[in-house]
Design a protein around this ligand. Structure first.
Ligand SMILES: Cc1cc2nc3c(=O)[nH]c(=O)nc-3n(C[C@H](O)[C@H](O)[C@H](O)COP(=O)(O)OP(=O)(O)OC[C@H]3O[C@@H](n4cnc5c(N)ncnc54)[C@H](O)[C@@H]3O)c2cc1C
Length: 294
């Protein structure tokens, strides 16, 4: 196995694109190294992206934030403004594993590991985040600097399957400007108090008008389908309402209806479906309180 640690994104893309055998990006390694040690994968080439400065930055950009794909959960938490503007995203990233894991685990790795239960992904989807993807010549590139911007919900297709072409790397996540009276929240349920994988995860972002009516919402569910879901029907249950009990009941029903979960040791299908409705209601209540506080 060859290990490379390029200093630029262009070099990293070129290395991945040129490799004929299996090539993998290495970010925090909290998924990749476990999979290599258990012989689940045996890459010929590992390209470490942690030395690429632009992937390690959090910048305010176009009224929103650009978070480098190799930024860790711990770094998100330390940012002076991000947690005030997008608390749901910072909280989601800081549910991952333990303090030690959060010091290594990156946002890009959480998405690109391709787990339907990845905690930061529903929070990013609810916020309307886009993934900025860098790729080699010939990859489906749109936009400036050889990058394409893809809604986060379109990156993962199925467990361990992504929509990335050979040589492509998720470079960053672009969080849009946050409208006034908008709040986001992420909740997950795990069988233990920590260090477990979500039975269900739910990210919600909602916006109120001056009278307290919900004018926009995005609801995302994790761990209840082969990929994290953006559930338009659940958002529709909130829009045009004061997010009262009746709306929360409709949200609960719409969230449950969207689930196509598996049975496993963490929970049965029926259990997951029920928990999805409950978590959606609770996350909406937190997002609502945050939106009311501005
Ligand atoms: C003890 C333990 C507890 C955990 N708990 C949780 C949890 O509670 N919630 C949760 O969601 N996850 C959990 N995980 C899984 C893991 O920590 C996260 O998924 C983490 O965010 C992965 O990030 P990483 O930087 O370590 O990725 P890596 O392991 O470096 O990479 C993961 C995969 O993504 C690819 N990749 C990484 N970055 C990019 C990129 N920028 N572009 C393209 N491909 C890329 C890699 O090639 C690899 O296939 C846990 C893991 C452990 C070991």
């Amino acid at each position: 196995m060859r290990y490379e640690a390029p200093a630029s994104l262009e070099q990293a893309v070129a290395l991945l694109a040129a490799e004929r055998g299996e090539a993998r990006v290495l970010a925090g390694g909290t998924d990749l190294l476990v999979q290599m040690k258990t012989d689940l994968i045996e890459p010929e080439l590992v390209v470490d992206i942690k030395g690429i400065a632009e992937l390690r930055e959090i910048k305010e950009e176009a009224g929103g934030f650009r978070i480098g794909a190799a930024v860790t959960g711990a770094e998100l938490k330390e940012h002076p403004r991000l947690g005030t503007v997008w608390p749901g995203i910072v909280e989601a990233a800081n549910l991952i594993g333990s303090t030690q894991i959060q010091g290594r685990a990156t946002m890009g790795g959480n998405l690109c590991n391709g787990s339907p239960a990845a905690d930061s992904v529903p929070a990013l989807i609810a916020a309307g985040a886009k993934a900025s993807i860098a790729g080699p010549r010939g990859a489906p590139i749109v936009g400036s600097k050889g990058r394409r911007e893809v809604p986060v919900e379109d990156v993962m297709l199925a467990p361990r399957k992504l929509s990335l072409a050979k040589g492509e790397i998720v470079a960053s996540f672009l969080l849009p400007p946050k409208p006034a009276r908008t709040g986001d929240a992420y909740l997950r349920f795990i069988p233990r108090t920590e260090m477990d994988i979500a039975v269900v995860g739910c990210g919600i972002c909602l916006t109120l008008d001056a009278k307290g009516t919900c004018t926009g919402a995005r609801v995302s569910l994790g761990a209840v389908a082969p990929r994290p879901l953006l559930v338009a029907e659940a958002a529709a249950a909130l829009i045009g309402t004061p997010v009262d009990d009746a709306a929360l009941k409709r949200l609960d029903a719409a969230a449950r209806a969207a689930c196509k979960p598996i049975d496993d040791k963490r929970g049965t299908k029926d259990y997951r479906i029920k928990v999805a409705g409950v978590l959606a209601r609770r996350a909406a209540q937190i997002a609502l309180d945050r939106a009311r506080k501005g």
